[in-house]
Design a protein around this ligand. Structure first.
Ligand code: NAD
Length: 298
């Protein structure tokens, strides 16, 4: 079994590392937030106090951080991964970050003699807990093949999307589509309620009809309908509004560089911005229902 360095033990990192531990790996985990490290340690992660300690002696290092700026800091700063890891160690960034940062990390890692894979995920905290995440991998054939051997206990699907930053490109587009579907689901859930439909009865119909979608089945924004929804739990994330706001922003910024206008993505971004402006960015993304229905619980 292998030694894995892990940096970023938040909502996703914690369950992902738990699955690596269950698979028999030694996982040396670091997070800036002490309580995140303590929680991970309860699931068998070996707690360490710095990125340098996390990468020491590792066969592979994973990072699971909020944004591009965090990933750049963790890899590139003096106390970071490139300065302290052995160049034999394969590096995998599973955070969802902007396309430019992902390309920059590939380039900086290569310049420093490292092999680097971008490997963002889809499937949320439920997929992370179940070990069924979809990984979208960008890098060389050899590096991606090696990364897959470690990723397997965390994944339901692993795709080699292409070369440098191709995983991030796939992820950004996927999340933009998810947010647009979710906006449809929250509007539908409120209208169904106003029409007097029982939410569970409507859910049962829609999930086997042409209105079906992943956010409908998994994130239904009304409590008591589907087990996996954050609406059951006062919109505790799950997938925080702040992160979806970030991801749709990444898609819009990328679209702008391609001269594309994406009206539905712009609309959802404005709806997410409204939640952020109201200080609700820590709630699950399905709290988008609050923009439509002031009576939405939670
Ligand atoms: P999170 O905010 O819960 O966790 C990120 C962790 O990184 C935090 O614990 C934070 O303290 C830590 N961190 C930040 N800077 C650090 C540094 N310099 N050194 C060490 N630790 C540092 O976020 P999350 O929900 O786990 O998401 C992580 C990434 O995965 C994001 O890019 C997100 O977009 C993506 N993602 C999240 C979900 C989801 O459902 N939560 C789903 C798919 C992808």
């Amino acid at each position: 079994m292998s030694t894995i360095g892990w940096i970023g033990l938040g909502n996703m990192g914690r369950p992902m590392t738990a699955n690596l531990v269950k698979a028999g790996h030694t996982v040396n985990g670091f997070d800036l937030v002490a309580i995140a490290v303590e929680e991970a340690a309860k699931h068998g992660v070996n707690p360490v106090k710095s990125a340098a300690e996390a990468v020491a002696g590792a066969d592979i290092v994973f990072t699971m951080l909020p944004k591009g700026e965090h990933a750049r800091a963790v890899y590139l700063e003096a106390d970071g991964v490139l300065a302290h890891a052995d160049t034999k160690t394969l590096l995998v960034d599973s955070s969802t970050i902007d396309f430019d940062s992902a390309r920059a990390l590939h380039a900086e890692a290569a310049d420093a003699g490292f092999r680097f894979v971008d490997g963002p995920v889809s499937g949320g905290v439920t997929g992370a807990e179940a070990g069924t995440l979809t990984f979208m991998l960008g890098g060389s054939d050899e590096d991606v093949a090696e990364a897959k051997t470690f990723i397997e206990p965390m994944a339901g699907n692993m795709f080699h999307a292409g070369g440098s930053a191709a995983g991030q490109a796939a992820k950004i587009v996927n999340n933009m589509m998810l947010s647009i579907s979710l906006q449809g689901v929250v509007e539908g859930a409120v209208l169904a309620d106003r029409f007097g439909l029982d939410p569970k009865a409507f859910y049962d119909i829609a999930t086997v009809s042409s209105g079906d979608s992943w956010p409908l089945r998994t994130w239904y924004p009304v409590p008591g309908v589907t087990e996996t929804a954050a609406s059951n739990n006062s919109f505790k994330p799950g997938f925080a509004t702040a992160l979806m706001h970030k991801d749709v922003g990444l898609a819009l910024a990328g679209a702008q560089t391609q001269g594309l206008d994406l009206p539905a993505a712009k609309l959802v971004h404005a709806q997410l911005q409204k939640l952020v402006d109201e200080g609700l960015e820590g709630l699950d993304t399905s709290a988008l229902i609050k923009n439509i229905d002031a009576r939405a619980p939670g």
